[in-house]
Design a protein around this ligand. Structure first.
Ligand SMILES: N[C@@H](CCC(=O)N[C@@H](CS)C(=O)NCC(=O)O)C(=O)O
Length: 311
């Protein structure tokens, strides 16, 4: 898959002198980290876990000097293979399945199935600037649609930790967003500019979901590629999960019975539970609880959701 980020895939330098075959730098809340953890658990690959904080989970671990040496872009996940970093989660999951010994084949046997799998992986990826190319990548719609949850989580993070990002984080616009969310909370989303960004993200994600709904409806099978679970399912699962965390499911999935059923089956999968559902963080739980309460009470954020969804 080509993308417009500077570097992706395996790099030609080594980090530290790790003896481990696989090391994952990741965060409990990060969507792309969840994707790679799901892949590792699904295919029972042993790895060394290196948790890194995002500001949403308390501090800018991604902007610390030691981590910037591993990924100057200041993002997780980063997967190391024999000490060499692999960038971009869609590259990491493919690299993983191509480089492990397995008794049962992981990749589909037919070329056409591999192409189909790649189509669904690409469609669900988060590539480059998350507010661009949302019509190509469903993953790029997710950042803006997570703003409400960012707002409820960041309440619990000390202001000084966010300010530190102004000095050491390479992407200052991200820091400024979190500063605004910290100061204004959910009211940030009352701005016309943000409402129009969220409308665009929601409408783009809805189109991607309609494609998936139609595909699942036609195939009448359990997984995206049919009877066999694949990386396409790994990649879509975390998007549908995030939609539920942020309370968009009542708007986005109400007319999509096949995705709802598909997600139920995903949630029953042990590897999804161990790598995503059960990987808890106190600030994630608090943020989800607070946002859900506000939506259930039909307070002003609920009305903002309705405006965004044109309801
Ligand atoms: N395209 C990248 C996206 C990585 C990314 O944006 N990660 C987010 C968390 S999901 C991050 O680390 N953000 C750090 C920050 O914004 O400070 C991938 O697929 O791995």
């Amino acid at each position: 898959m080509t993308d417009n980020t500077k570097k992706s895939g395996i790099q030609n330098f080594t980090v530290g002198n790790t003896q481990e075959t696989w090391v994952l730098y990741h965060n409990p809340f990060s969507l792309c980290s969840r994707k790679v953890r799901f892949c590792l658990d699904e295919y029972k690959i042993e790895y060394k876990s290196e948790p890194i904080d995002l500001i949403e989970t308390g501090k800018y671990g991604v902007a610390e000097k030691s981590f910037l040496k591993i990924n100057p872009e200041a993002t997780v996940p980063v997967l190391l293979f024999e000490g060499k970093p692999i960038y971009e989660s869609h590259e990491q999951i493919k690299f993983l399945v191509n480089n492990i010994a397995s008794n049962t084949p992981i990749l589909p046997s037919e070329k056409s199935e591999i192409e189909e799998m790649d189509y669904w992986i690409k469609k669900s990826s988060l590539v480059g600037d998350p507010i661009l190319n949302q019509d190509i990548y469903a993953g790029n719609c997710i950042g803006p649609l997570t703003f409400p949850l960012f707002a409820t989580m960041i309440r619990y993070v000390p202001l000084r930790e966010i300010i530190k990002g102004l000095f050491n984080h390479p992407k200052k616009e991200r820091v400024l967003l979190f500063l605004t969310l910290k100061v204004l909370g959910l009211k940030t989303l009352n701005s016309k500019k943000l409402i129009s960004l969220l409308k665009k993200s929601l409408s783009n994600l809805n189109s991607h979901f309609l494609d998936l709904e139609e595909h699942l409806d036609k195939s009448k099978q359990m997984w995206i590629l049919g009877d066999d679970f694949s990386l396409a399912d790994v990649s879509w699962s975390v998007i549908i999960h995030r939609i539920h965390e942020c309370g968009w499911q009542n708007f986005l999935l109400k007319d999509k019975p096949n995705i709802k059923e598909y997600y139920k089956i995903l949630c029953a999968r042990k590897s999804f539970q161990s790598s995503v559902i059960d990987v808890d963080h106190p600030l994630v739980s608090k943020g989800i609880y607070d946002l859900k309460k506000k939506l259930d009470e039909e307070s002003s954020i609920y009305r903002t959701y309705k405006t965004i969804c044109n309801q």
